[in-house]
Write a protein that binds this ligand. Structure first.
Ligand SMILES: [Ca+2]
Length: 211
């Protein structure tokens, strides 16, 4: 992560010097090989001791009411200690729960946002799975239509393999409007009437300004 940023900075310097040396012969400022303006902002969350600024949100859990929680747990963890546990007793066949965190960025700037995390699931086979929620939003999502739904929660094996950690990676483009805040939401949508528990650990969020 940091090596990548340093590589980008070094490339910028080399291109700048080359441009300077070639200045007498003309220099194309629109060189497509130049890196984007600004530097990538990256933050990592290991959940060793707590939620690290993430908080729990849910929708469609009240009609009828169903039990759920999104909270820190000491174990299991993907690496080190601690992770976030997401529990949804989806008996109304509609619940959506997620962990959410605001990130302070530059107002009016558009970012490419890459979200990587470890997702712990026991869901096997290819039927009766829940659906993954992963999105980046310019205002905090509070209704189902505000959310970004991804693939299913299955680990792809054809039999019960216990808890399996999957590497999840999603990319988005979002503009930090208003006060310059973007909200990242990670969770699950209950798409089968049963209780399920999932885990999230080692979250990395990278913001690269593009305009
Ligand atoms: Ca951890």
């Amino acid at each position: 992560m940091i090596d990548g940023i340093r590589t980008t900075t070094a490339t910028t310097l080399v291109l700048f010097l080359s441009c300077g040396l070639l200045a007498l012969g003309g220099c194309d400022d629109s060189d497509p090989t130049l890196p984007p303006p600004g530097e990538t902002i990256a933050e990592n969350f290991a959940f060793e001791d707590g939620m690290e600024g993430w908080y729990a949100v849910a929708t469609d859990t009240l009609s009828p009411p169903i039990e759920w929680h999104v909270e820190h747990t000491a174990e299991p963890s993907h690496t080190g200690a601690g992770a976030v546990e997401l529990f949804l007793a989806n008996y109304n066949d509609a619940g959506k729960i997620w962990m959410e965190r605001p990130f302070d960025l530059e107002a009016g700037t558009t970012y490419e946002v890459e979200v990587d995390y470890a997702f712990g699931t026991t869901d096997w086979g290819d039927v009766n799975l829940f659906t993954i929620i992963a999105g980046v939003h310019s205002s905090p999502p509070r209704e189902a239509e505000d959310l970004s739904f991804q693939g299913d929660t299955g680990h792809g094996q054809s039999q019960d393999a216990g808890l399996v950690w999957l590497d999840k990676s999603y990319s988005f483009t979002a503009t930090a409007s208003g006060a310059g805040t973007l909200y990242v939401a990670l969770g699950v949508w209950g798409t089968w009437e049963t209780p399920r528990t999932y885990f999230v650990d080692d979250v990395t969020v990278r913001f690269t300004p593009v305009g």
